[in-house]
Ligand binder design. Sequence first.
Ligand code: PLP
Length: 365
Amino acid sequence: MTMEITRRSLLNGILASTASMTLSPTVFSMVGPGPSIIRLSSNENPYGPSSKALKAAAKASAKGAYYPGRIAAELMQMIADKNKLEINQIAISSGSNEALSAAVVGWGKSGKIISPSLTYDLHLGYAQRIGTKVLRVPLDNDMSIDLDAMHAAVDKSVSMIYLCNPNNPTGKTIDGDTLRNFCRVVGKKVTVLVDEAYNELTDNPEYTSMVDLIREGENVIVMRTFSKLYGMAGMRIGYAMGREDLITKVRNHVMAWPNIVGLAAAHACYNENDFIKFSLNKINQGRALVNKVFIEHGIKPLPSETNFVFADIGRNVKNFEIKMRQENVLVHREYSLYPNHLRVSMGKMEDLQIFADAFKKVYTS
Ligand SMILES: Cc1ncc(COP(=O)(O)O)c(C=O)c1O
């Protein structure tokens, strides 16, 4: 691991100094978070990309004159093999948000989309703006996704249920078999779109995932991303898995192509087990630190199996977030349905220490 870290820091150093030769400091500061900004607001993973992914990206960028070529099919085959699916059951997209948008727009043409009232919803907002109807079902009292209420809301006017497991921003996970039963029953009526952006970070990813239902031919689509575990949010690679007919429909509604650099990086790190272990370990360490900060201030965070933590801080997040920003620490802005709940994403351990100090200062002032 030390060797790996040393090699990674070395490579990062080389790439950073090459970048600084070709990008002026002013332009470089426009890439990602600005200088001295601790960004804990977007559920990114600053421990990625892996050094292998970075090397692959640098090499592939030399062929940036060309459209991607066979690399996309190769990556799809790797994803299919790992998940015991066929290649025609996989679609790669420019971040999973693109495949999510394609799915809700595609299904939205023949009916409403049901979603939890508090969840990841960029794609839902996009679909609504172009005419899709979205019905939002409140969470239950302990902030879990209310599967019974979602099921009860299904009628002939509905074409799809979207849910996210674990959910963003709560971080809570629906039990694997509970969701499996739900998908089997509800899938007889409408397609269930399960967003597994954080699945690989859960305690038991295989049990929590609905990929096995795809192998059984159920009416389920699973979305995954390279943005979280693999730390490649800026490289924009995500993918959809599902029955061939469902995946064809998703593909038919996708607008943006994945790029050559992201594809090469994803291909390089998809099965890189050492990096995956390292990344998971860092995320877990970070989460323990953020949980500790909350608990030290008498705040009870929700149990999270993700790279973020959600907690009722007992005061309005709107002002709190502004004050944290003044300390150069970005946390998520207020959620209108839950104005006292704060979401904090993982960062590097040293950044989380700065968060801890800023939190103490702002919370106790
Ligand atoms: C639940 C969920 N799904 C999808 C996405 C989008 O990820 P991507 O970067 O793959 O577009 C996010 C991003 O935060 C997310 O939280």
